[in-house]
Design a protein around this ligand. Structure first.
Ligand code: ADP
Ligand code: MG
Ligand code: ZN
Length: 477
Protein backbone atom coordinates (compact mmCIF):
# COMPACT_ATOMS: atom_id res chain seq x y z
CA UNK A 1 0.00 0.00 0.00
CA UNK A 2 1.46 3.27 -1.10
CA UNK A 3 0.16 5.25 1.86
CA UNK A 4 -2.87 6.25 -0.21
CA UNK A 5 -5.12 3.61 1.24
CA UNK A 6 -5.90 2.30 4.69
CA UNK A 7 -6.98 -1.27 5.42
CA UNK A 8 -9.99 -2.20 7.53
CA UNK A 9 -9.96 -5.71 8.97
CA UNK A 10 -12.45 -7.70 11.02
CA UNK A 11 -11.79 -11.25 12.16
CA UNK A 12 -14.20 -14.11 12.77
CA UNK A 13 -12.57 -16.81 14.87
CA UNK A 14 -14.07 -20.25 15.49
CA UNK A 15 -12.77 -22.12 18.50
CA UNK A 16 -13.65 -25.68 19.46
CA UNK A 17 -14.40 -26.00 23.16
CA UNK A 18 -12.64 -28.93 24.83
CA UNK A 19 -15.69 -30.53 26.42
CA UNK A 20 -15.68 -34.33 26.75
CA UNK A 21 -18.91 -34.74 24.79
CA UNK A 22 -20.57 -32.89 21.93
CA UNK A 23 -22.88 -29.93 22.35
CA UNK A 24 -26.24 -31.65 21.74
CA UNK A 25 -25.51 -35.36 22.22
CA UNK A 26 -23.20 -37.55 24.30
CA UNK A 27 -20.78 -38.54 21.52
CA UNK A 28 -17.11 -38.01 22.42
CA UNK A 29 -15.22 -35.11 20.87
CA UNK A 30 -11.74 -36.59 20.80
CA UNK A 31 -9.64 -35.57 17.81
CA UNK A 32 -8.07 -37.95 15.34
CA UNK A 33 -10.32 -41.01 15.70
CA UNK A 34 -11.27 -43.37 12.86
CA UNK A 35 -13.71 -41.45 10.60
CA UNK A 36 -17.41 -41.74 11.42
CA UNK A 37 -16.92 -43.68 14.66
CA UNK A 38 -18.02 -40.87 17.00
CA UNK A 39 -21.50 -40.26 15.66
CA UNK A 40 -25.10 -40.92 16.66
CA UNK A 41 -28.58 -40.15 15.29
CA UNK A 42 -28.52 -36.69 16.92
CA UNK A 43 -25.28 -35.39 15.44
CA UNK A 44 -26.04 -37.07 12.12
CA UNK A 45 -29.40 -35.29 12.05
CA UNK A 46 -31.55 -38.38 11.57
CA UNK A 47 -35.31 -37.76 11.78
CA UNK A 48 -37.12 -37.91 15.10
CA UNK A 49 -34.23 -37.01 17.41
CA UNK A 50 -33.93 -34.12 19.84
CA UNK A 51 -30.86 -32.08 20.83
CA UNK A 52 -30.04 -31.71 24.55
CA UNK A 53 -27.78 -28.79 25.46
CA UNK A 54 -24.45 -29.66 27.14
CA UNK A 55 -24.11 -27.46 30.23
CA UNK A 56 -20.33 -27.73 30.17
CA UNK A 57 -20.24 -26.17 26.70
CA UNK A 58 -22.28 -23.22 27.96
CA UNK A 59 -20.03 -22.85 30.98
CA UNK A 60 -16.90 -22.78 28.85
CA UNK A 61 -18.43 -20.35 26.38
CA UNK A 62 -19.34 -18.04 29.28
CA UNK A 63 -15.82 -18.33 30.67
CA UNK A 64 -14.38 -17.35 27.30
CA UNK A 65 -16.79 -14.47 26.83
CA UNK A 66 -16.04 -13.09 30.31
CA UNK A 67 -12.30 -13.39 29.74
CA UNK A 68 -12.84 -11.34 26.55
CA UNK A 69 -14.57 -8.60 28.57
CA UNK A 70 -18.01 -9.29 27.09
CA UNK A 71 -21.43 -8.72 28.58
CA UNK A 72 -23.35 -11.96 28.97
CA UNK A 73 -26.87 -11.50 27.67
CA UNK A 74 -29.68 -12.40 30.01
CA UNK A 75 -31.73 -13.88 27.18
CA UNK A 76 -30.08 -15.74 24.32
CA UNK A 77 -31.52 -18.24 21.90
CA UNK A 78 -30.48 -20.77 19.30
CA UNK A 79 -31.31 -20.47 15.62
CA UNK A 80 -31.10 -22.72 12.63
CA UNK A 81 -28.74 -21.60 9.93
CA UNK A 82 -29.89 -23.47 6.86
CA UNK A 83 -27.58 -24.46 4.07
CA UNK A 84 -26.68 -27.56 2.18
CA UNK A 85 -23.12 -28.80 2.18
CA UNK A 86 -21.82 -32.38 2.27
CA UNK A 87 -20.15 -31.85 5.68
CA UNK A 88 -23.51 -30.96 7.24
CA UNK A 89 -25.89 -33.96 7.12
CA UNK A 90 -28.76 -32.08 8.86
CA UNK A 91 -28.60 -29.35 6.21
CA UNK A 92 -28.72 -26.82 9.04
CA UNK A 93 -26.35 -25.75 11.76
CA UNK A 94 -27.63 -24.86 15.21
CA UNK A 95 -26.11 -21.46 15.88
CA UNK A 96 -27.13 -18.13 17.39
CA UNK A 97 -28.29 -15.30 15.20
CA UNK A 98 -29.88 -12.16 16.61
CA UNK A 99 -29.56 -13.01 20.30
CA UNK A 100 -26.04 -14.32 20.92
CA UNK A 101 -24.67 -15.43 24.26
CA UNK A 102 -22.40 -12.40 24.70
CA UNK A 103 -21.60 -8.97 23.24
CA UNK A 104 -19.43 -5.87 23.46
CA UNK A 105 -16.09 -7.19 24.58
CA UNK A 106 -12.55 -6.21 23.68
CA UNK A 107 -8.95 -7.32 23.49
CA UNK A 108 -6.14 -4.90 24.22
CA UNK A 109 -3.16 -4.96 21.84
CA UNK A 110 0.51 -4.27 22.63
CA UNK A 111 0.34 -0.49 22.35
CA UNK A 112 -2.85 -0.31 24.43
CA UNK A 113 -5.23 -0.09 21.46
CA UNK A 114 -8.47 -1.96 22.06
CA UNK A 115 -10.07 -4.10 19.38
CA UNK A 116 -13.80 -4.43 19.93
CA UNK A 117 -15.47 -7.80 20.06
CA UNK A 118 -18.94 -7.54 18.59
CA UNK A 119 -20.25 -10.89 19.79
CA UNK A 120 -19.42 -14.32 21.05
CA UNK A 121 -21.91 -17.02 20.22
CA UNK A 122 -22.24 -20.73 20.71
CA UNK A 123 -22.83 -23.17 17.87
CA UNK A 124 -22.07 -26.65 16.64
CA UNK A 125 -19.24 -27.61 14.35
CA UNK A 126 -19.81 -29.31 11.00
CA UNK A 127 -18.08 -32.46 9.76
CA UNK A 128 -14.90 -32.49 7.78
CA UNK A 129 -14.37 -33.10 4.11
CA UNK A 130 -11.09 -34.66 3.13
CA UNK A 131 -10.36 -33.61 -0.41
CA UNK A 132 -8.42 -35.73 -2.82
CA UNK A 133 -6.00 -33.05 -3.99
CA UNK A 134 -6.45 -29.30 -3.88
CA UNK A 135 -9.75 -27.89 -2.62
CA UNK A 136 -10.40 -25.98 -5.84
CA UNK A 137 -9.79 -28.96 -8.14
CA UNK A 138 -10.47 -32.10 -6.06
CA UNK A 139 -11.69 -35.10 -8.07
CA UNK A 140 -13.63 -36.41 -5.05
CA UNK A 141 -13.91 -35.90 -1.32
CA UNK A 142 -14.52 -38.05 1.76
CA UNK A 143 -16.88 -37.01 4.54
CA UNK A 144 -15.97 -37.55 8.21
CA UNK A 145 -18.82 -36.69 10.60
CA UNK A 146 -16.90 -37.15 13.86
CA UNK A 147 -16.64 -33.38 14.17
CA UNK A 148 -20.38 -32.77 13.66
CA UNK A 149 -21.75 -31.31 16.87
CA UNK A 150 -18.44 -30.47 18.54
CA UNK A 151 -19.14 -27.25 20.47
CA UNK A 152 -17.75 -24.08 18.94
CA UNK A 153 -17.67 -20.49 19.95
CA UNK A 154 -17.47 -17.87 17.25
CA UNK A 155 -15.75 -14.65 18.24
CA UNK A 156 -16.52 -11.77 15.88
CA UNK A 157 -14.38 -8.66 16.09
CA UNK A 158 -15.42 -5.16 15.19
CA UNK A 159 -13.70 -3.86 12.04
CA UNK A 160 -11.17 -2.08 14.28
CA UNK A 161 -8.03 -3.76 13.00
CA UNK A 162 -5.95 -1.62 10.63
CA UNK A 163 -3.10 -3.78 9.39
CA UNK A 164 -1.87 -7.39 9.26
CA UNK A 165 0.44 -6.81 12.22
CA UNK A 166 -2.50 -5.81 14.43
CA UNK A 167 -4.40 -8.84 13.17
CA UNK A 168 -1.57 -11.12 14.26
CA UNK A 169 -1.31 -9.37 17.62
CA UNK A 170 -5.08 -9.74 18.16
CA UNK A 171 -5.00 -13.44 17.30
CA UNK A 172 -1.97 -14.15 19.48
CA UNK A 173 -3.64 -12.48 22.45
CA UNK A 174 -6.97 -14.17 21.81
CA UNK A 175 -5.29 -17.57 21.70
CA UNK A 176 -3.28 -16.79 24.85
CA UNK A 177 -6.43 -15.81 26.74
CA UNK A 178 -8.36 -18.92 25.69
CA UNK A 179 -5.44 -21.18 26.51
CA UNK A 180 -4.98 -19.55 29.90
CA UNK A 181 -8.58 -20.24 30.88
CA UNK A 182 -8.24 -23.73 29.40
CA UNK A 183 -11.41 -23.86 27.29
CA UNK A 184 -9.60 -24.99 24.14
CA UNK A 185 -6.19 -26.19 23.06
CA UNK A 186 -6.43 -23.73 20.13
CA UNK A 187 -4.44 -25.95 17.79
CA UNK A 188 -4.74 -24.41 14.36
CA UNK A 189 -3.13 -27.43 12.71
CA UNK A 190 -5.91 -29.64 14.13
CA UNK A 191 -8.60 -27.11 13.29
CA UNK A 192 -9.56 -26.30 16.87
CA UNK A 193 -8.92 -22.62 16.13
CA UNK A 194 -9.91 -21.32 12.70
CA UNK A 195 -9.77 -17.83 11.31
CA UNK A 196 -11.84 -16.07 8.65
CA UNK A 197 -10.44 -12.66 7.81
CA UNK A 198 -12.57 -9.85 6.37
CA UNK A 199 -10.64 -7.08 4.73
CA UNK A 200 -11.34 -3.95 2.74
CA UNK A 201 -9.37 -0.85 1.85
CA UNK A 202 -10.39 2.78 1.67
CA UNK A 203 -8.67 6.05 0.82
CA UNK A 204 -6.88 7.45 3.87
CA UNK A 205 -9.17 9.96 5.57
CA UNK A 206 -12.35 8.34 4.28
CA UNK A 207 -14.85 7.36 6.95
CA UNK A 208 -16.85 4.86 4.92
CA UNK A 209 -15.81 1.27 4.60
CA UNK A 210 -14.81 -0.16 1.25
CA UNK A 211 -16.19 -3.40 -0.16
CA UNK A 212 -14.69 -6.34 1.70
CA UNK A 213 -13.54 -9.79 0.77
CA UNK A 214 -13.40 -12.68 3.19
CA UNK A 215 -10.47 -15.08 3.41
CA UNK A 216 -11.69 -18.44 4.70
CA UNK A 217 -10.12 -21.01 7.01
CA UNK A 218 -6.53 -19.90 6.90
CA UNK A 219 -4.00 -22.40 8.26
CA UNK A 220 -1.76 -20.34 10.55
CA UNK A 221 -1.30 -16.85 11.99
CA UNK A 222 1.55 -16.38 9.55
CA UNK A 223 -0.79 -17.27 6.70
CA UNK A 224 -3.35 -14.75 8.03
CA UNK A 225 -0.63 -12.11 7.95
CA UNK A 226 0.48 -13.01 4.44
CA UNK A 227 -3.05 -13.45 3.09
CA UNK A 228 -4.14 -10.06 4.42
CA UNK A 229 -1.04 -8.35 3.05
CA UNK A 230 -1.66 -9.86 -0.36
CA UNK A 231 -5.34 -8.95 -0.32
CA UNK A 232 -4.68 -5.33 0.75
CA UNK A 233 -2.22 -4.98 -2.10
CA UNK A 234 -4.62 -6.56 -4.60
CA UNK A 235 -7.56 -4.37 -3.57
CA UNK A 236 -5.43 -1.22 -3.58
CA UNK A 237 -4.32 -1.93 -7.14
CA UNK A 238 -7.95 -2.43 -8.20
CA UNK A 239 -8.90 0.95 -6.71
CA UNK A 240 -5.88 2.56 -8.37
CA UNK A 241 -7.14 1.32 -11.72
CA UNK A 242 -10.64 2.51 -10.94
CA UNK A 243 -12.00 -1.05 -10.85
CA UNK A 244 -14.44 -2.27 -8.22
CA UNK A 245 -13.60 -4.79 -5.48
CA UNK A 246 -16.09 -7.64 -5.67
CA UNK A 247 -17.58 -8.80 -2.37
CA UNK A 248 -16.70 -12.47 -2.26
CA UNK A 249 -15.14 -15.31 -0.33
CA UNK A 250 -11.55 -15.99 -1.30
CA UNK A 251 -9.17 -18.83 -0.62
CA UNK A 252 -5.60 -18.17 0.51
CA UNK A 253 -3.23 -20.36 -1.48
CA UNK A 254 -0.26 -20.65 0.88
CA UNK A 255 2.00 -22.38 -1.63
CA UNK A 256 1.67 -19.78 -4.36
CA UNK A 257 1.16 -16.84 -2.02
CA UNK A 258 -2.04 -15.62 -3.70
CA UNK A 259 -5.77 -15.44 -2.93
CA UNK A 260 -8.31 -16.88 -5.36
CA UNK A 261 -12.00 -16.34 -5.71
CA UNK A 262 -13.94 -19.24 -4.15
CA UNK A 263 -17.56 -18.11 -4.28
CA UNK A 264 -19.79 -15.07 -4.05
CA UNK A 265 -20.40 -13.85 -0.51
CA UNK A 266 -23.56 -15.22 1.02
CA UNK A 267 -25.94 -12.87 2.85
CA UNK A 268 -27.80 -13.59 6.08
CA UNK A 269 -31.06 -14.01 4.16
CA UNK A 270 -29.51 -16.85 2.17
CA UNK A 271 -29.47 -18.91 5.34
CA UNK A 272 -33.17 -18.61 6.19
CA UNK A 273 -32.40 -18.27 9.89
CA UNK A 274 -35.27 -19.16 12.21
CA UNK A 275 -35.46 -19.95 15.94
CA UNK A 276 -34.48 -23.53 16.76
CA UNK A 277 -37.80 -25.12 17.77
CA UNK A 278 -36.20 -28.03 19.64
CA UNK A 279 -34.33 -25.94 22.21
CA UNK A 280 -35.59 -23.50 24.81
CA UNK A 281 -34.04 -20.03 24.98
CA UNK A 282 -30.93 -19.68 27.10
CA UNK A 283 -31.66 -17.63 30.23
CA UNK A 284 -28.55 -17.79 32.33
CA UNK A 285 -28.79 -17.36 36.07
CA UNK A 286 -26.83 -14.18 36.90
CA UNK A 287 -25.48 -15.81 40.07
CA UNK A 288 -24.11 -18.69 38.02
CA UNK A 289 -22.44 -16.22 35.65
CA UNK A 290 -20.97 -14.26 38.57
CA UNK A 291 -19.64 -17.48 40.06
CA UNK A 292 -17.85 -18.19 36.77
CA UNK A 293 -16.45 -14.67 36.69
CA UNK A 294 -15.15 -14.95 40.24
CA UNK A 295 -13.44 -18.26 39.60
CA UNK A 296 -11.81 -17.42 36.26
CA UNK A 297 -8.19 -18.57 36.19
CA UNK A 298 -5.41 -15.99 36.06
CA UNK A 299 -5.58 -14.15 32.73
CA UNK A 300 -2.52 -13.04 30.74
CA UNK A 301 -2.83 -9.38 31.86
CA UNK A 302 -2.83 -10.36 35.53
CA UNK A 303 -0.05 -12.84 35.00
CA UNK A 304 2.00 -10.17 33.26
CA UNK A 305 1.56 -7.82 36.22
CA UNK A 306 2.59 -10.62 38.56
CA UNK A 307 5.73 -11.35 36.49
CA UNK A 308 6.74 -7.70 36.80
CA UNK A 309 6.03 -7.68 40.53
CA UNK A 310 7.38 -11.09 41.51
CA UNK A 311 10.32 -11.47 39.17
CA UNK A 312 11.22 -7.81 38.66
CA UNK A 313 10.99 -8.25 34.89
CA UNK A 314 10.64 -5.34 32.47
CA UNK A 315 7.05 -4.97 31.18
CA UNK A 316 8.24 -5.95 27.73
CA UNK A 317 9.62 -9.31 28.86
CA UNK A 318 6.55 -10.06 30.94
CA UNK A 319 4.27 -9.27 28.01
CA UNK A 320 6.11 -11.55 25.62
CA UNK A 321 6.41 -14.41 28.11
CA UNK A 322 2.73 -14.53 29.05
CA UNK A 323 1.56 -14.49 25.43
CA UNK A 324 1.47 -18.28 25.51
CA UNK A 325 0.78 -20.43 28.58
CA UNK A 326 3.23 -23.20 27.61
CA UNK A 327 6.01 -20.59 27.44
CA UNK A 328 4.92 -18.83 30.62
CA UNK A 329 4.74 -22.16 32.46
CA UNK A 330 8.14 -23.20 31.13
CA UNK A 331 9.57 -19.89 32.28
CA UNK A 332 8.13 -20.05 35.78
CA UNK A 333 9.37 -23.59 36.32
CA UNK A 334 12.90 -22.59 35.23
CA UNK A 335 12.90 -19.66 37.64
CA UNK A 336 11.66 -21.88 40.45
CA UNK A 337 14.58 -24.25 39.86
CA UNK A 338 17.29 -21.73 39.04
CA UNK A 339 16.41 -18.25 40.30
CA UNK A 340 17.84 -15.33 38.26
CA UNK A 341 14.53 -14.38 36.58
CA UNK A 342 16.12 -11.97 34.12
CA UNK A 343 18.77 -14.47 32.99
CA UNK A 344 16.06 -17.05 32.34
CA UNK A 345 13.93 -14.48 30.54
CA UNK A 346 16.84 -13.60 28.25
CA UNK A 347 17.31 -17.25 27.36
CA UNK A 348 13.64 -17.89 26.71
CA UNK A 349 13.01 -14.72 24.73
CA UNK A 350 16.31 -14.91 22.87
CA UNK A 351 17.48 -18.45 22.21
CA UNK A 352 14.26 -20.40 22.72
CA UNK A 353 12.09 -18.07 20.63
CA UNK A 354 14.68 -17.99 17.87
CA UNK A 355 14.79 -21.79 17.68
CA UNK A 356 10.99 -22.09 17.82
CA UNK A 357 10.71 -19.54 15.04
CA UNK A 358 13.33 -21.14 12.84
CA UNK A 359 11.78 -24.57 13.20
CA UNK A 360 8.24 -23.29 12.66
CA UNK A 361 7.21 -25.03 15.89
CA UNK A 362 4.35 -23.85 18.08
CA UNK A 363 5.14 -23.34 21.79
CA UNK A 364 2.79 -26.18 22.74
CA UNK A 365 4.89 -28.60 20.70
CA UNK A 366 7.99 -27.80 22.77
CA UNK A 367 9.55 -31.00 24.12
CA UNK A 368 12.44 -29.42 26.01
CA UNK A 369 11.94 -29.62 29.77
CA UNK A 370 12.64 -26.74 32.16
CA UNK A 371 15.06 -28.92 34.15
CA UNK A 372 17.20 -29.38 31.03
CA UNK A 373 17.62 -25.67 30.39
CA UNK A 374 18.31 -25.22 34.08
CA UNK A 375 21.15 -27.82 33.98
CA UNK A 376 22.71 -25.84 31.16
CA UNK A 377 22.29 -22.55 33.03
CA UNK A 378 23.95 -24.09 36.07
CA UNK A 379 26.87 -25.30 33.96
CA UNK A 380 27.23 -21.75 32.67
CA UNK A 381 27.01 -20.22 36.12
CA UNK A 382 29.66 -22.59 37.43
CA UNK A 383 31.94 -21.81 34.52
CA UNK A 384 31.85 -25.35 33.09
CA UNK A 385 30.93 -23.92 29.69
CA UNK A 386 31.30 -20.40 28.33
CA UNK A 387 28.25 -18.30 27.51
CA UNK A 388 28.90 -18.63 23.83
CA UNK A 389 29.29 -22.40 23.88
CA UNK A 390 26.14 -22.66 26.01
CA UNK A 391 24.14 -21.25 23.11
CA UNK A 392 25.46 -23.91 20.76
CA UNK A 393 24.74 -26.60 23.33
CA UNK A 394 21.21 -25.27 23.75
CA UNK A 395 20.60 -25.45 20.03
CA UNK A 396 21.68 -29.10 20.02
CA UNK A 397 19.48 -29.85 23.03
CA UNK A 398 16.54 -28.30 21.21
CA UNK A 399 17.16 -30.22 18.01
CA UNK A 400 18.16 -33.63 19.37
CA UNK A 401 16.55 -33.77 22.81
CA UNK A 402 19.92 -34.77 24.31
CA UNK A 403 20.81 -33.47 27.78
CA UNK A 404 23.47 -30.76 28.11
CA UNK A 405 25.95 -32.89 30.08
CA UNK A 406 26.27 -35.52 27.39
CA UNK A 407 26.49 -32.93 24.60
CA UNK A 408 29.31 -31.13 26.41
CA UNK A 409 31.11 -34.40 27.09
CA UNK A 410 30.65 -35.79 23.60
CA UNK A 411 31.94 -32.69 21.83
CA UNK A 412 34.55 -31.82 24.45
CA UNK A 413 33.15 -28.36 25.10
CA UNK A 414 34.23 -27.79 28.68
CA UNK A 415 35.44 -24.25 29.22
CA UNK A 416 39.20 -23.79 29.59
CA UNK A 417 39.91 -21.74 32.71
CA UNK A 418 43.29 -23.25 33.46
CA UNK A 419 45.92 -20.49 33.22
CA UNK A 420 48.74 -22.82 32.31
CA UNK A 421 46.72 -24.07 29.34
CA UNK A 422 45.81 -20.58 28.15
CA UNK A 423 49.12 -18.82 28.77
CA UNK A 424 50.94 -20.28 25.70
CA UNK A 425 48.02 -19.26 23.46
CA UNK A 426 48.06 -15.73 24.85
CA UNK A 427 51.77 -15.45 24.16
CA UNK A 428 51.29 -16.80 20.66
CA UNK A 429 48.54 -14.31 19.84
CA UNK A 430 50.69 -11.44 21.15
CA UNK A 431 53.63 -12.61 19.03
CA UNK A 432 51.51 -12.96 15.90
CA UNK A 433 49.88 -9.51 16.15
CA UNK A 434 52.61 -6.94 16.86
CA UNK A 435 50.71 -4.14 15.14
CA UNK A 436 47.55 -4.67 17.19
CA UNK A 437 49.64 -4.81 20.35
CA UNK A 438 51.22 -1.45 19.41
CA UNK A 439 47.78 0.00 18.74
CA UNK A 440 46.65 -1.10 22.18
CA UNK A 441 49.73 0.37 23.84
CA UNK A 442 49.17 3.67 22.08
CA UNK A 443 45.69 3.89 23.55
CA UNK A 444 43.35 2.06 21.15
CA UNK A 445 41.09 0.17 23.50
CA UNK A 446 39.34 -1.88 20.78
CA UNK A 447 42.63 -3.53 19.96
CA UNK A 448 42.39 -5.42 23.22
CA UNK A 449 39.04 -6.97 22.31
CA UNK A 450 40.57 -8.17 19.06
CA UNK A 451 43.33 -9.99 20.93
CA UNK A 452 40.80 -11.61 23.27
CA UNK A 453 38.86 -12.67 20.21
CA UNK A 454 41.93 -14.31 18.70
CA UNK A 455 42.45 -16.44 21.79
CA UNK A 456 38.76 -17.38 21.80
CA UNK A 457 39.06 -18.35 18.16
CA UNK A 458 42.13 -20.48 18.81
CA UNK A 459 40.15 -22.45 21.41
CA UNK A 460 36.94 -22.62 19.33
CA UNK A 461 35.17 -20.46 21.89
CA UNK A 462 36.11 -22.63 24.86
CA UNK A 463 38.51 -20.24 26.63
CA UNK A 464 37.20 -18.55 29.74
CA UNK A 465 37.08 -14.89 28.63
CA UNK A 466 37.70 -13.58 32.15
CA UNK A 467 40.91 -15.59 32.42
CA UNK A 468 42.03 -14.57 28.93
CA UNK A 469 41.44 -10.93 29.87
CA UNK A 470 43.47 -11.29 33.00
CA UNK A 471 46.39 -12.98 31.23
CA UNK A 472 46.48 -10.42 28.42
CA UNK A 473 46.41 -7.50 30.84
CA UNK A 474 49.25 -9.03 32.81
CA UNK A 475 51.37 -9.26 29.65
CA UNK A 476 50.49 -5.95 28.04
CA UNK A 477 49.98 -3.42 30.83
P1 ADP B 1 -20.92 -11.91 8.05
O1 ADP B 1 -21.33 -12.62 9.29
O2 ADP B 1 -21.92 -11.93 6.95
O3 ADP B 1 -19.58 -12.34 7.54
P2 ADP B 1 -20.70 -9.41 9.57
O4 ADP B 1 -21.26 -8.10 9.25
O5 ADP B 1 -21.18 -10.09 10.79
O6 ADP B 1 -20.80 -10.33 8.33
O7 ADP B 1 -19.15 -9.18 9.72
C1 ADP B 1 -18.26 -10.20 9.84
C2 ADP B 1 -16.91 -9.59 10.08
O8 ADP B 1 -16.52 -8.71 9.02
C3 ADP B 1 -16.78 -8.78 11.34
O9 ADP B 1 -15.59 -9.16 11.99
C4 ADP B 1 -16.70 -7.36 10.87
O10 ADP B 1 -15.88 -6.60 11.74
C5 ADP B 1 -16.04 -7.49 9.53
N1 ADP B 1 -16.39 -6.45 8.57
C6 ADP B 1 -17.62 -5.97 8.28
N2 ADP B 1 -17.55 -5.05 7.31
C7 ADP B 1 -16.24 -4.94 6.95
C8 ADP B 1 -15.52 -4.14 5.98
N3 ADP B 1 -16.14 -3.31 5.16
N4 ADP B 1 -14.20 -4.31 5.91
C9 ADP B 1 -13.56 -5.19 6.71
N5 ADP B 1 -14.18 -5.93 7.62
C10 ADP B 1 -15.50 -5.83 7.75
MG1 MG C 1 -18.43 -13.99 7.78
ZN1 ZN D 1 -23.77 -37.73 18.51
Amino acid sequence: MSGKYEAVIGLEVHVELNTKSKIFCSCPTEFGKEPNTQVCPVCLGLPGVLPVLNEEAVRKAVQAALALNCEITSYAKFDRKNYFYPDLPKAYQISQYDLPLARNGWIELSGGKRIGIRRVHLEEDAGKLVHQGDITSAAFSFADYNRCGVPLIEIVSEPDIRDPEEARDYLTRLKGILQHIGVSDCRMEEGSLRVDANVSVRPVGSREFGTRTELKNIGSFRAVYRGLSYEIERQSKLLDRGEPVIQETRHWDEQNGVTRSLRGKEEAQDYRYFPEPDLVPLQLDPDWVEEIRRTLPELPEARKARFVREYGLPEYDADVLVSSPPIANFYEECVRLFGEPKTVSNWVMGELFRLLNDSGMEPEELKLRPSELVSLLKMTREGVVSGKIAKDVFEQMFRTGEDPESIVKKHNLVQISDKSALEPLVLQVIAENPKVVDDYKSGKKQAFAFLVGQVMKATKGRANPAVVNELLHKRLD
